[in-house]
Design a protein around this ligand. Structure first.
Ligand code: SAM
Ligand code: SF4
Length: 483
């Protein structure tokens, strides 16, 4: 089918309507003025650090102050504040997940993407039901419990189709393996479409704005394809809320425009959702553009490693109730340098080729089968070992979502003792499950050492005994115990 006809089909199918009171909450002039006219003010910046330590979200103006930091001394203080927030307020666990690419047919023409419609050399494929089951089985055999399903934008990926793939994932059970939470990264839907997908029992629905800067947005999304409409995308998470979601993920693709503009855009977006729906985004993602097949982009706004570190620390302080996701687009070295500044979730053992989890790593890994190049190529067990040596508890916890405690990031941050009561014990239990069912000997040793140490930190005797008893049950074959 011709691409214009496909676009028309999607518009009709999607009931192409914004929410009734849709607003463009990104004022380009205001954000530019904040970036250009805010100068480093030491006293003010230190006040903002204090505000942040007292668990308050920052305004866009305060965020702009942090973006204006240049002096090495203040930068060090910024990192120290982010580190302290991460350790003392969020605890030391890192949630692990795997992305699973379902299909890469796409009507859009995003200039940075290896799946863009104009790239005729891209190998197009959608997993069959049988192949999807095999992919999920492979992931379960590695030890994964949390997935994010990823789709191009195409009439074949209807809300009903997405819902069906979610159900398929939940139904695959291999040995003690099961998928306990499925998140989605797909094209923005209509309110009804979002409702259909929500009813399949998903966790977070992610849509990245890519760039909040309108002119740049136009340049990188020239069409054809519905993604060329900035407002259709900016309004996506509003429609998700109207369609019954209370758990949405936003993001920006860093490198398309000034990183400071994108940080302010993300903060504006978070405030908009918080003001309108009483809940901010569950997660923020901040991918940097990676090399992709057929990509010859001139990117004057590419973000350096140092800027990347700064933007993560600033986001941690600006939106304290929101989880931060750092993906395997980044190399192992960058992930190691940045993780302590407030990241709460990472993917591991990532394969981006469609059907890639059943293949040997490196085999058939031509770039024209991937959306972009993965930076961190380590397997799940190696990533877990790395986290353990850094003193983090790798976690597969899905507890809040499954017992109906939505808004967990808000609770972690706002309810005293929440992390000690729920998050840390659940991280320990899911790590013990991983160790018993999937880990290498080295990971087993390091993992149980960390669990013992963490047990010792639990002050409440009854709680400590409760966690120890559940750990014992896991060693004896019980699974899916949670607080
Ligand atoms: N097709 C849907 C969409 O565009 O919203 C969802 C899936 S898309 C495959 C997921 C995200 O990958 C995009 O939102 C974009 O931010 C990111 N992405 C695309 N090309 C990339 C590249 N070359 N490097 C890094 N991330 C990229
Ligand atoms: Fe398609 Fe998404 Fe890639 Fe754009 S980013 S070309 S919409 S898969």
């Amino acid at each position: 089918m011709h691409i214009k006809t496909l676009t028309h089909t999607i518009l009709t199918m999607n009931n192409y309507e914004l929410t009734k009171d849709a607003v463009d909450f990104i004022n380009d002039d205001k954000l530019h003025s904040l970036i250009n006219n805010t100068v480093e003010d030491k006293a003010r910046i230190r006040e903002i650090f204090q505000k942040s330590k007292s668990k308050q979200a920052l305004t866009v103006e305060e965020t702009a102050q942090l973006l204006a930091i240049k002096s090495p001394e203040l930068l060090e203080e910024l990192y120290e504040t982010a580190r302290e927030l991460k350790r003392s307020i969020y605890g030391n666990r890192i949630v692990l997940f795997a992305p699973l690419y379902i299909g890469n047919y796409c009507i859009n023409n995003c200039q940075y993407c290896g799946f863009r419609s104009s790239l005729s050399a891209a190998v197009r494929r959608t997993l069959s039901e049988q192949e999807l089951v095999a992919e999920v089985a492979s992931l379960e055999k590695e030890g994964h419990k949390r997935l994010i399903l990823v789709y191009g934008e195409h009439p074949r990926y209807t809300p009903e189709y997405i819902a069906q793939t979610v159900k398929t994932c939940y139904n695959v059970k291999v040995g003690n393996g099961e998928i306990r939470r499925v998140n989605i990264n797909a094209a923005p839907l209509s309110i009804e479409g979002f409702r259909t997908v929500k009813e399949a029992g998903i966790g977070t629905f992610q849509v990245f704005q890519e760039t909040y800067h309108k002119e740049t947005y136009k340049k990188f999304h020239p069409g054809p394809g519905i993604k060329s409409d900035y407002m259709w995308r900016l309004n996506a998470m509003d429609r998700a809320f109207e369609g019954g979601h209370d758990d949405v993920g936003i993001g920006a693709l860093f490198g398309l425009y000034d990183w400071r503009f994108e940080v302010l855009g993300l903060v504006e977006h978070a405030h908009h959702l918080q003001d309108r729906y009483g809940v901010g985004p569950h997660t923020i993602s901040f991918p940097r553009v990676q090399p992709a097949y057929g990509l010859d982009l001139h990117l004057p706004y590419q973000v350096t490693d140092e800027q990347f570190k700064q933007l993560v620390a600033i986001l941690r302080m600006a939106v304290p109730y929101t989880g931060l996701i750092m993906t395997a687009r980044e190399t192992a070295e960058v992930r190691d340098a940045v993780i302590e500044f407030g990241v709460s979730q990472i993917d591991a053992g990532t394969r981006l080729e469609i059907g890639g989890y059943q293949e040997e790593r490196g085999k058939n890994q031509e770039l024209n089968r991937e959306q972009f190049k993965v930076g961190d190529q380590r397997e799940l067990d190696s990533v877990i070992q790395w986290l353990l040596t850094r003193g983090f508890i790798p976690s597969f916890c899905t507890s809040c979502y499954r017992v109906g405690r939505t808004g967990e990031h808000f609770m972690e941050y706002a309810i005293p003792g929440f992390i000690g009561r729920f998050c840390t014990p659940n991280a320990m239990l899911t790590l013990a499950e991983y160790i018993e069912d999937y880990s290498s000997d080295a990971t087993k040793k390091a993992g149980y050492e960390l669990i013992e140490r963490e047990l010792g930190y639990i002050k409440d005797e009854a709680k400590r005994a409760d966690v120890a008893a559940k750990l014992e049950l896991i060693k004896n074959g019980k699974r899916d115990l949670l607080f």
